[in-house]
Structures are given as C-alpha cells and as structure tokens.
Ligand binder design. Structure first.
Ligand SMILES: *[C@@H]1O[C@H](CO)[C@@H](O)[C@H](O)[C@H]1NC(C)=O
Ligand SMILES: *[C@@H]1O[C@H](CO)[C@@H](O)[C@H](O)[C@H]1NC(C)=O
Ligand SMILES: *[C@@H]1O[C@H](CO)[C@@H](O)[C@H](O)[C@H]1NC(C)=O
Ligand SMILES: *[C@@H]1O[C@H](CO)[C@@H](O)[C@H](O)[C@H]1NC(C)=O
Length: 195
C-alpha cells in the first residue's frame, strides 16, 4: 500500500513537472551593448557616488567598493556601435565586494526594433569582473515578455581603454515565457479527455 502511494506520488509529481515544461515557450535573443564610462558629455555610464578620479588606483586596490554608476547604454544588432539599433539598457551597477572586483547589476533592456519592439526584460545579478562569461537572471519583463524568466549570458568582446574606455559586450538571452492562460486551460481540457 505504501509502495502504491509512493508510485502514485512520483507519477503525479512527474506529470505535473512535464505539464509545466510543456506550457513554456523559449525565446533566444542576441545583441551587443556599448558601455562608455567617464567619457565627458558622451559617457553612457556615470559614477554618481563613491568615485574619486584623482584616487582611482587606491580605489581599485579596494575593489572600487562604494562606487555606484547609472547607465543608459545603446544596444545594437551587430558588434559595431553604428550597426542597426536593437534597444537600450538602463539601470545601475555598484561595487559591493570587500575582497574582489565584483559589481551588483540591475537594469532593464528595452527593445526598440523587430518582433519584440516595445517589450522589455529586467536583469539582475552580480558581475565577478574576472569571469569571462557572466550570467544574470532575467526576473521579469513587459509587453510580450510579461511573466518572463530566464538567463542572460554576457561576454566583453572589445575594450578600448584603460581610462575613458569603451567596452562592447555580447549578450545572449534565453527567455522562458508562460503560455497565455487560455491556451493552458484548453490544453488541460483536451488532456483530461484523453487520459
Ligand atoms: C576622461 O575624460 C574626461 C572628459 O573628457 C577628462 O576630464 C578626464 O581627465 C579623462 N580621464 C582620464 C583618466 O583620462
Ligand atoms: C561625442 O560624440 C560626438 C558625436 O559622435 C563626437 O563628435 C565627439 O567627438 C564626442 N566627444 C567626446 C568627448 O568623445
Ligand atoms: C580624492 O583623493 C585625493 C587623493 O587621495 C584626496 O586628496 C581627496 O581629498 C579625495 N577627494 C574626496 C572628495 O574624497
Ligand atoms: C518600434 O515601435 C515604435 C512604437 O510603435 C515605432 O515608433 C518604431 O518605429 C518601431 N521601431 C522599429 C525599428 O520598428
């Protein structure tokens, strides 16, 4: 009897899990982000607190801890800043770590071209700067990305520096979308007729 219950529980559990996976849609998007800090009037990223240019080396020795930046970076479809626009990334990063160069990142990707024009994704996570591929969580979205979850992977592919630098980052998003409620209800109804 206990064995039967256990089998039933496992069966119910796996069928629930399968349904959950079946009712999601996956979207892959790729774009390039251009970040230009410090560069006078053209800076896309600016320090708002904790930044002391004349003491930068000392701050670097303390992992820039306490520095907070606001950014509004252009996104493009190709690696060049002058290639077809994709949208904008707007948000903040702040240096938080006591013993390594790590920033905490939170921003919104607003898409302004193609199929998802007008929709947005919200990104969150820490950026260990020594890591080649960074990974952030996609914690939500708007428009066609309502109730989205997923992951964003990021790699710096080009950097002109070291001061007044400009960096190009390649970003790949894997987005999981819940199906709309009506489709889920219809699927569940047709399933229960078969089972
Ligand atoms: C960066 O550019 C700004 C504005 O053009 C300039 O004032 C500043 O001295 C530059 N910083 C460095 C470290 O070159
Ligand atoms: C800012 O951008 C404009 C237009 O792209 C360019 O002409 C100018 O040289 C840039 N200024 C700086 C300080 O980079
Ligand atoms: C910036 O650093 C310099 C050099 O250490 C120091 O003299 C100055 O007081 C610092 N400025 C601020 C606002 O902390
Ligand atoms: C994106 O949508 C906006 C608002 O509907 C529209 O004005 C704009 O032309 C669209 N952009 C592209 C590249 O399709």
């Amino acid at each position: 009897m206990q064995l039967l219950t256990a089998i039933l529980v496992v069966f119910l559990y796996t069928s629930c899990v399968q349904r959950e996976v079946e009712s999601e849609k996956v979207v892959h998007l790729h774009w390039y982000m251009h970040d230009t800090p410090f560069n006078g009037p053209n800076a896309s990223s600016i320090p708002v607190t904790g930044y002391n240019a004349s003491d930068f080396q000392n701050e670097l020795a303390h992992f820039l801890r306490g520095q907070i930046y606001l950014f509004d970076d252009p996104l493009t479809q190709g690696p060049s800043l002058t290639s077809t626009p994709f949208g904008r990334s707007q948000g903040t990063y702040s240096y938080v770590s006591r013993d390594e160069l790590v920033s905490y990142v939170s921003y919104t990707v607003s898409i302004r071209s193609g199929k998802y024009n007008g929709s947005s994704l919200n990104i969150l996570g820490v950026n260990p700067e020594s890591k080649i591929i960074k990974e952030y969580s996609i914690v939500g979205g708007t428009g066609k990305f309502r109730r989205a979850t997923g992951n964003l992977e990021e790699e710096i592919i080009n950097i002109f520096g070291p001061f007044n630098f400009s960096a190009t980052l390649s970003e790949w998003a894997t987005i999981y979308l819940p199906e709309d409620r009506d489709t889920i209800v219809k699927k569940a109804a047709s399933k229960s007729l078969v089972e």
